[in-house]
Design a protein around this ligand. Structure first.
Ligand SMILES: Cc1ncc(COP(=O)(O)O)c(C=O)c1O
Length: 369
């Protein structure tokens, strides 16, 4: 193992550098293709690009970068508070919701404590807990790849300080019924911080949605986290937000760096927040894409997981071989082997043309291997 020159705690040495997918330009260069020929279906980004309102807002704001941004992103915080129907001091803005997950860990975890999360959930959860030296407790999922809430409750012990729960979940696309989440939160002791990660909630059918703000009202230990990276089309901008009661946020804000969200990102998120037409188009495209992809998967008799987000995890057999064939033709999807699901791949819903290209190449890959 590569020993660092400086002295680092053993839990930091146990981490590995998170390798995200490369930027489109680099992928294109490596494959000898043009950037416009690459179909990125790997990171659950919005395939429609950026909203026009966001483009104009950024173009106007670009001349004031000599100034520090608003340290607390007050305008955005206020706009989100209004939209979510909570007081302003119930909202905090993060550099992507990833930053908020990390801050949650730093706020409550230490080497003597532990953090619980379900199997098949976002890879950042164990990472942010390990950074704090805490023990990570991954609770096996149910047979249908969902979080096993009863087992998670049983896993709580004296050392538990943080629980991550995702709804709808990545990478399975499954969702938890409202009653199940409500019952779960009623059972979790009040001193345990629960972060309910709603990164994909915008894609969830309205009738399945939980009133998560009401949950925050009821539970002083619960925080909900959302992101502008998915439905709002701002993954590159890195903006997320969280809602919790002010007593929890007061501690949380002590850990957060000032100026954590840059000026252009604050402006972009503010413009995106009320661009209902863009969100509507995004949801329409997503629903149509889910139909297009699942019809094809049904014809090919490929099993798939939940359909409640903007991606589908589908069983293709040898995932690595399929990914290799797709990659050669410039189509990039997510490998699932790190979850112990090497027969599966996760594909982000693209535009109709991108989905079609993916399906054509997938069929070619099946005949090749
Ligand atoms: C479940 C979940 N939570 C949080 C995030 C982080 O999103 P971001 O940091 O871009 O807001 C992701 C990103 O893929 C995710 O899948």
């Amino acid at each position: 193992m590569n020993e660092a020159v400086i002295s680092t705690p053993e839990w930091i040495r146990s981490l590995s550098h998170y390798k995200a997918s490369k930027p489109i330009e680099d992928v294109a260069r490596d494959l000898g293709l043009r950037s416009e020929d690459i179909v990125m279906l790997v990171a659950n980004e919005n395939p429609l690009g950026m909203s026009k309102k966001v483009r104009s807002a950024i173009a106007e704001a670009v001349f004031s970068l000599n100034r520090y941004p608003d340290a607390d992103a007050n305008r955005l915080q206020k706009a989100i508070a209004e939209k979510m129907g909570v007081p302003t001091d119930w909202v905090v803005i993060g550099n992507g919701s990833s930053e908020l997950l990390g801050l949650a860990a730093q706020t409550v975890l230490s080497p003597q404590s532990s953090c619980i999360y379900p199997q098949y959930s976002f890879s950042l959860y164990p990472m942010v807990a390990t950074v704090c030296g805490a023990k990570t407790v991954e609770v096996p999922a149910t047979d249908d790849f969902n979080a096993d809430l009863d087992a998670m409750l049983k896993a709580i012990d004296d050392t538990t300080r943080l629980i991550f729960l995702t709804n709808p979940n990545n990478p399975t696309g499954t969702y938890l019924p409202k009653e199940a989440i409500e019952h779960f939160l009623d059972q979790v002791p009040n001193h345990v911080f629960v972060l309910l990660d709603e990164a994909y909630v915008d894609f969830l059918e309205p009738e399945l949605r939980l009133d998560s703000v009401a949950l925050v009202h009821k539970h002083p230990n619960v925080m909900i986290a959302r992101t502008f990276s998915k439905a709002y089309g701002l993954a590159g901008s890195r903006v997320g937000f969280a809602i919790a009661q002010p007593e929890l946020l007061e501690i949380f804000n002590r850990v957060r760096h000032p100026f954590n969200v840059n000026d252009l990102s604050q402006v972009a998120a503010l413009a995106a927040l009320n661009d209902d037409e863009f969100i509507e188009r995004t949801l329409e495209n997503n629903q149509a894409g889910i139909k297009q992809l699942t019809q094809a998967f049904d014809q090919l008799e490929l099993p798939y997981m939940g359909l409640h987000a903007n991606f589908i995890t589908v069983k293709v057999g040898n995932g690595d071989k399929i990914i290799e064939c797709l990659l050669r033709k410039g189509i990039i999807v997510r490998r699932m082997a790190s979850y112990g699901l090497s027969d599966w791949i996760r594909v982000t819903v693209g535009t109709p043309e991108e989905n079609e290209k993916f399906l054509t190449v997938l069929k070619e890959a099946f005949s090749e291997i």
